[in-house]
Design a protein around this ligand. Structure first.
Ligand code: G3P
Ligand code: CA
Length: 241
């Protein structure tokens, strides 16, 4: 059965990449959560999609130029200010501690394509090991070299390659990069592609599947999982299929 990963939590209905959005994802019965991580000035792993805080908080500037403590002064309610007073940018550690009390899977996307956070891979892996969550985590990134590094640092943690355009010979590429899965932009995903992936035992998890007809199509193709901002809708569709 195709799994449902709540993209940035339940980003269509709650402030993205915040604990409120993650709690909602669990409440509506998502199988997993997807989130994004960056490093602060003082080397803390924080959960935020953009390299800057401008779009999703009431502050401005680069994540890498703030300490974690400084980041806590900003409100990350984003476009949901009419529903929530305050929420903060979480640490990855807070999310992992909470995940331990659930049965959720977790996809941690390392946001290291624009900024080369030198120690990000090792820090994330150390944190996963600290909580013993190796078998419930998938690491992913648009930076494929970073995923190859993660594979060598932690052979027992699943890795996946994110991409927007079609890959030339994806099955050979994924083997060379020693990854376990592909996370493609949904437009590149066809039924034969999913069939081939199954043959090569490569997991396919397309993003970001928000329209209901597209959800139906991906469930019909039998992809391993979808990422969606609307996990509750996706669950309804999957259950009434
Ligand atoms: O991991 C799937 C998806 O989140 C990748 O794109 O920009 O939403 O992080 P983005
Ligand atoms: Ca992401």
């Amino acid at each position: 059965m195709t799994k449902i990963f709540a993209h940035r939590g339940s980003a269509g209905t709650h402030p993205e990449n915040t604990m409120i959005a993650f709690y909602e994802a669990e409440r509506v019965g998502a199988d997993g959560i997807e989130l994004d991580v960056q490093l602060t000035k003082d080397g803390q792993i924080v959960v935020i999609h953009d390299e800057t805080i401008d779009r999703t908080t009431d502050g401005t500037g680069w994540v890498k130029d703030f300490t974690y403590r400084e980041l806590q002064q900003f409100n990350a309610v984003y476009k949901f200010a009419d529903q929530y007073d305050v929420c903060r940018i979480p640490l990855l550690e807070e999310v992992l501690a909470w995940i331990c009390s659930t049965t959720l899977l977790l996809n941690i996307e390392l946001k290291n394509s624009l900024i080369a956070y030198e120690t990000l891979e090792q820090k994330v892996i150390d944190m996963i090991r600290h909580y013993g969550l190796e078998d419930r985590i998938i690491l992913s990134s648009f930076n494929h070299n970073s995923m190859a590094l993660c594979r060598s640092l932690a052979p027992n943690i699943e890795t996946a390659l994110l991409y927007m355009e079609s890959l030339y010979d994806p099955w050979k590429y994924v083997r060379v990069m020693r990854a376990d899965g592909l996370h493609p932009y949904h437009r590149t995903v066809t039924e034969p592609f999913v069939r081939q992936a199954r043959h090569y035992q490569i997991a396919i998890r397309p993003f970001t599947i928000n329209q209901e007809p597209l959800m139906e199509k991906m469930f019909q193709y039998g992809v391993d999982a979808i990422f969606t901002d609307y996990p509750r809708n996706a669950k309804n569709i999957r259950e009434n299929k």
